[in-house]
Design a protein around this ligand. Sequence first.
Ligand SMILES: Cc1cc2nc3c(=O)[nH]c(=O)nc-3n(C[C@H](O)[C@H](O)[C@H](O)COP(=O)(O)OP(=O)(O)OC[C@H]3O[C@@H](n4cnc5c(N)ncnc54)[C@H](O)[C@@H]3O)c2cc1C
Ligand code: SF4
Length: 391
Amino acid sequence: MPFVRQHLIDPLSCVRCDSCRFVCTNKAITKIDGTLAIDFDLCDGAGACIGACDTGAIQSWRVVESGAVYATEEQAMWFELPPQQDFGDDAVSPQDPAVPCAGACAPATAQRPQVGKFRDSAPAQARVVANVMLTPGGTSEIHHVVIDLTDSGMIVAEGQSVGILPPGTDDQGRPHEARLYSVASARCGEAGQQHHVAFTIKRVVSVIDGQVYPGVCSNHVCDLRPGDPVRLTGPYGASFLLPEDPQAQFLFICTGTGIAPMRGMIEWWMRSGWATADRLMLVYGARTVRDLAYHDELALAAERGDIGLELALSRDPGKARRYVQDALAERRDRIARHLASPNAYVYLCGLVSMEAGVFDAFAAICAAAGLDWPAIEVAMRAEGRLHMETY
Ligand SMILES: Cc1cc2nc3c(=O)[nH]c(=O)nc-3n(C[C@H](O)[C@H](O)[C@H](O)COP(=O)(O)OP(=O)(O)OC[C@H]3O[C@@H](n4cnc5c(N)ncnc54)[C@H](O)[C@@H]3O)c2cc1C
Ligand code: SF4
């Protein structure tokens, strides 16, 4: 019986960021009802999508009979990948040996969250509770938006993302697609209100040749008022999660609105009573101090000794530019100790551009400390201790 290896996307791990869809020159990746699927007939296995995927969701294959590949419509219905069917020794391995498995997996002790329950065609209905501008006087406008999920059926965990469906249609007349926003509160809810979930949303506006182009969803959400209805999809993400392990040590590195998942995670860790400054360090980059979201509450947590806080301001008036990788280099001894520990976790969130700087800093710090960074990176990824979410 002829078999083929079919490239698929794991809907549990996929955060619907669309990066794979944009890089696929064959247009083999399609989005149906908010879920990504790969068209077997169009996929030539070139693998550009693999490098584009932070979550490892794209590193999924199943061996199937050649006449019975999974259609994209069928993939779009999945909540998780189907198990590999047993074809005996005749079939090839589902994992492509040419592709090293560099995908992210969840920490072994993480709780399994709700994933993908609400799709674009049947979103959760919720209401805005609060909308506060966090960065007055800053160079970017960031809002803290709290949404009430009561009766919606949606349950989120810190580290996950939720899709927000803006009203209206695009210039082709199609309904706008959902945009993803990281959960910024802990699983116990914002300010102790169990069904309230917080988001940290930057108003996106581009100016090209003097023409102003406001981002559709971010502007919609930043203008919402208490009581306004909002339609949500997801939640998404099953790997960027906290371990339930009191021995865990954390290094959180973020820029801009990348603070959102870190805030939720820090809140949950502090509530667990396990948070101390020597086991939880946040490196937070922004342009100026006024662009830092949640600066007051983070500074307070640092003052209490719950977290270690390193700020990296790239446009602080009168000071040299400082980026997150500079802060890491300055704390090289602590970072080296952290990376060498089998209990160490690293979470990265924010601008795509910070990834290279952070990984170069890790490599340099490890080299100076006599540590093998490539081996540490492989082990951390395989054990669910290294997580990235950049956009
Ligand atoms: C996993 C994940 C988590 C995320 N978490 C967060 C978060 O916590 N907080 C957050 O703020 N963001 C987050 N994002 C980013 C967010 O999903 C959106 O991408 C962002 O808000 C922009 O969406 P938008 O609808 O406002 O812009 P869009 O309408 O999608 O526009 C995109 C860009 O194109 C420009 N543009 C629009 N129309 C035109 C035109 N005609 N010509 C030229 N340019 C144009 C816009 O100005 C904008 O810069 C996350 C993304 C991912 C993938
Ligand atoms: S998480 Fe990976 S598989 Fe999902 S849309 Fe993003 S790049 Fe594609």
